[in-house]
Every structure is written in structure tokens, then in C-alpha cells.
Ligand binder design. Structure first.
Ligand code: TYD
Ligand code: MG
Length: 455
């Protein structure tokens, strides 16, 4: 017996409901539920006599194709991918509008095309003329990219079926694609899913590397369904502050390699330039030592990156509620660190506004940044600059202890390479060779004494 059930899919989070509601029960967004194509249920149970085929089991060590990666022509892009594009794989590239996704992919497609490989760039958002203008501006006007403005998945697949599979297929963006296999406007969950499904199947069958551009919602997830993240092999996010020049390409999920590798680019007049040595990049113009500035040796994937942390403390005269504002770090973590500094070190931040900024539009998640943030806060509070040639790293516990962190040796080496003569970190540095001017600290009050005491 065939039964059809109505179902409603939240356009924000992709969860399924069986009746319409004003608010999604999962993500609490309003008015996001839309009716989806009904699921057809033939029978609740499989009829085993009705001719299923036997599947074949495979041995893990059976000789198979080697994973041959293909360079995109942009070393930073390759690095973020874990070594290049894997043929037949599907990559989802998310990022805020205007961050440079289209620019990056146009540059990668051009680099492939200039090396004699077929690269197809399908734009569903811009007219071909617009893309051509951009390519001209990037100095890539002569690259033999196969460019088209299209939104119909059927047309795209029909065209591709009539030609040898290209090395790269860029779909900009998946939210503009429309599959006539299913009802609904482009951009709805079912359309995005169906279009992605057909394109990914083409990629798997043909060996073409597919890159889907995905829009990002205001909370940072890829617009439409989370299911898209499950369907693809690699999820990347292109990040940065639009007002800053620097962009970071990060892989969030990678079936073929490590995540957390980053590629660093600078948006310039002629497109995205690769930044091979990002270490000094995030240190803003540091000529004179100022209070409230501390350098932190961060680790991104396997790469050290030096970033500057800036703190500003403004004393309040009245009893108004002081503001705490953070850019580039977790505000919950700042609140925790302030509480630890108050409780364990007797410093008083409660009547002061606290502003914390990670320079260069960089975003820190490494817990080892705690000590550098603490140093910046103490320095700002004491109105005393920190040693200009020092770096700080270590995790701070609620008890005020300074805990060991990973990659101590790499952090020290990078700092030394860039002329930072002194380093402050956990007393216990696992696997870390300590330099001559390394100060190991066990408790947060040690740090306060050092900064306040001026040593
Ligand atoms: P774009 O690639 O269109 O972003 P997305 O596809 O992620 O929405 O990038 C648009 C921005 O990049 C635009 O606001 C201007 C900037 N830009 C440059 O600064 N230099 C350039 O050479 C190009 C092509 C863009
Ligand atoms: Mg774009």
C-alpha cells in the first residue's frame, strides 16, 4: 500500500516536522517551516523475496586507485585542502557575502585552465559578462575557462554529459541551482539538497572535482540544510573581516586529510594574493610598546602564526554596568579569565570597561591564548607596556594555574625566528626545548608579579 505523508522542513536548520508550526522546534527560528515533497512510504518492511541484489564485500587492503591529488594552482588553497583537490570529490565552500569566494574559485579555475586542464565555472548569481569583467580585472582574461551562467541542474548535467569530464567544476552558488526533479524555488532545503545530490553524483561518476559555493547565514552555518555538510567530502570556510585585507581558508571537515590546516590570502587590487609566511601578518604596526598589547604564538594546523592581542581598560566613574567587548576571541572565555584574575590575583576589573581585540581580523580558538590575554589585561590595567620582544602562551585554569599546552617547541621556535627574545609559558613544557630567556610560570599571580614588578 502506498501512503503519502506531508512533511515540513525548517529552511534554517533542515529538521523535519510532521505538521506546520510557526516556530521550528529544533532551532527556534520563526516562519522557517515549509512544506516539502511528500515522502512516499510503500511498506514499512522490506519484502525479502522481492529480488534485492547481493552486495559484495571488499577487503580494506585490496589494491585500489591511489589518491592522486591535483593542485589548484594556488598553494594556499592546496594546503587548506590537505594537499590539493581529490578527483571525484565534492567540496563545499562557505563564507560571508563579499568575502571573496567567487574570486578565489575563479583564480583556481583559471590556474587549472592555464595549465591545460578543463575547468568549468558555472555562475548562477552573476551574468557571464560580469564574471568576464572580474577575470579581466584579475588579469586572467585570457585563461580558457569554460564559463557559463546557468541555474538549471538538468541543463548543466546535459552539457557535461556531452563533453569529456572537466578536472574542476565550480558551482557558484548551490543556493541558486534548480533541479526540475523536485518542486520548490531555488534555495529551499529540498532544492539545494536535490541539486547537490545530482551534481555530487556526477562528480563521483566522472572523477571531476566539484566545488559548491554555499551562502552562510548570520549565525555562521551554511544556509539551507546542514545535510549539505554531510553530503560533501570537504567543507571549507572562507573567513575574515571584510574591512581587513586578510582572508583565511579553513577546512572544517575533510574526508581526505587533516582539518585545521589554513590557507592565508590577502585581498588586493588584483584579487587574492597568497601569503606564504603568515606569521608576521597579524602583528599590527608595533613600533612603540603600548600597554595592553601581548603577542601570542598561535598554532593553525601545523603552522605557527604570531598574533597580537590588545586589551583596553577604561575606568568608570559612576556605578554604571561596565561593558565587555571582544573581537576575535570567545567572550565567555574573557569573562572567565577576568573572574580568575579577580578571584586569584586580587585585581579589580568590576568597575572598568574591558575591550579585547585580536589584531588583523584573526579569530583565536586555541586555549593557549589564555596567558597572552591575561598578560594584555594585566598590562592594560597597570598601564605598563609588556616587554616588546616577548611572547606569552599557556592555558589558565579556574584555580589560576598555568597549564601546559600542545606544540610548545614550535611556538618557541617561530617566536625566536622572528626576533622575539623572551617567552613566558607553562613551567611544564611537554616535549619543548626551552630557550635561554624562557620563563616558566605555574600560577597566574606569578605573571601579575612579573608585569607589575616590571621584570
Ligand atoms: P567575491 O569573490 O565576489 O565574494 P563572494 O563571492 O564571497 O561573495 O568578492 C567580492 C569582494 O572582493 C568585493 O567586495 C571586492 C573585493 N575584491 C577586491 O578587493 N579585489 C579584487 O580584485 C576583486 C575581484 C574583488
Ligand atoms: Mg560570489
Amino acid at each position: 500500500m502506498v501512503k503519502t505523508k506531508r512533511r515540513y522542513i525548517c529552511q534554517a536548520c533542515g529538521s523535519v516536522a510532521h505538521r506546520w508550526q510557526g516556530q521550528c522546534a529544533d532551532c527556534s527560528e520563526w516562519n522557517t517551516l515549509a512544506e516539502d515533497a511528500p515522502a512516499t512510504v510503500f511498506s514499512a518492511k522490506h519484502d525479502l523475496s522481492a529480488g534485492g541484489r547481493a552486495i559484495r564485500f571488499e577487503a580494506l587492503d585490496a589494491p585500489g586507485e591511489l589518491l592522486v591529488r591535483q593542485s589548484t594552482g594556488l598553494a594556499e588553497f592546496d594546503r587548506a585542502l590537505g594537499g590539493g583537490l581529490v578527483p571525484g570529490s565534492a567540496v563545499l565552500m562557505g563564507g560571508d557575502p563579499g568575502i571573496g569566494k567567487s574570486t578565489l574559485l575563479l583564480q583556481a579555475a583559471a590556474a587549472l585552465a592555464l595549465r591545460g586542464q578543463a575547468a568549468v565555472y558555472i555562475s548562477g548569481e552573476e551574468a557571464a559578462g560580469q564574471v568576464r569583467l572580474r577575470a579581466d580585472r584579475l588579469g586572467l582574461g585570457k585563461a580558457p575557462i569554460l564559463l557559463a551562467a546557468a541555474t538549471s541542474v538538468r541543463d548543466i548535467l546535459t552539457t557535461l554529459a556531452g563533453m569529456p569530464p572537466p578536472a574542476l567544476l565550480v558551482i557558484d552558488s548551490i543556493q541558486t541551482m534548480h533541479s526540475d526533479q523536485i518542486e520548490g524555488a531555488p534555495g529551499t532545503v529540498s532544492q539545494v539538497r536535490a541539486s547537490a545530490f545530482e551534481l555530487i553524483r556526477y562528480a563521483k561518476e566522472s572523477g571531476t572535482a566539484l566545488v559548491l559555493v554555499g551562502h552562510v547565514t548570520k549565525d555562521g552555518s551554511i544556509a539551507g540544510p546542514r545535510v549539505l555538510e554531510h553530503m560533501v567530502d570537504v567543507v571549507m570556510s572562507f573567513e575574515g573581516e571584510r574591512s581587513h585585507q586578510y582572508r583565511i581558508l579553513r577546512s572544517i571537515k575533510n574526508r581526505f586529510g587533516p582539518v585545521d590546516e589554513i590557507g592565508v590570502f590577502a585581498m588586493e587590487g588584483a584579487g587574492l594574493a597568497e601569503v606564504g609566511n603568515p606569521s608576521l601578518l597579524f602583528l599590527s604596526g608595533r613600533e612603540q610598546p603600548v600597554p595592553g598589547s601581548a603577542v601570542f604564538p598561535a598554532i593553525e594546523g601545523t603552522r605557527p602564526v604570531l598574533v597580537e592581542i590588545q586589551a583596553l581598560i577604561v575606568r568608570l566613574a559612576s556605578g554604571a554596568t561596565p561593558r565587555r567587548a571582544v573581537v576575535g576571541w570567545d567572550s565567555g572565555r574573557l569573562a572567565m579569565l577576568l573572574a580568575v584574575l579577580e578571584a586569584r590575583c586580587g585585581l579589580n576589573f568590576s568597575s572598568a570597561e574591558v575591550y579585547l581585540n585580536v589584531a588583523g581580523g584573526y579569530r583565536l580558538v586555541d586555549p593557549a591564548a589564555d596567558l597572552a590575554v591575561a598578560a594584555a589585561l594585566i598590562s592594560a590595567l597597570a598601564d605598563k607596556p609588556l616587554a616588546a620582544d616577548g611572547v606569552w602562551f599557556g592555558e589558565v585554569s579556574l584555580a589560576g594555574e598555568i597549564r601546559p599546552v600542545a606544540h610548545g617547541a614550535i611556538r618557541l621556535r617561530e617566536a625566536a625566528k622572528l626576533g622575539f627574545a623572551s617567552a613566558f609559558g607553562p613551567a611544564d613544557l611537554p616535549g619543548g626545548a626551552k630557550g635561554s630567556r624562557y620563563a616558566g610560570l605555574t600560577l597566574l599571580p606569578n605573571l601579575v608579579d612579573r608585569i607589575m614588578g616590571g621584570t
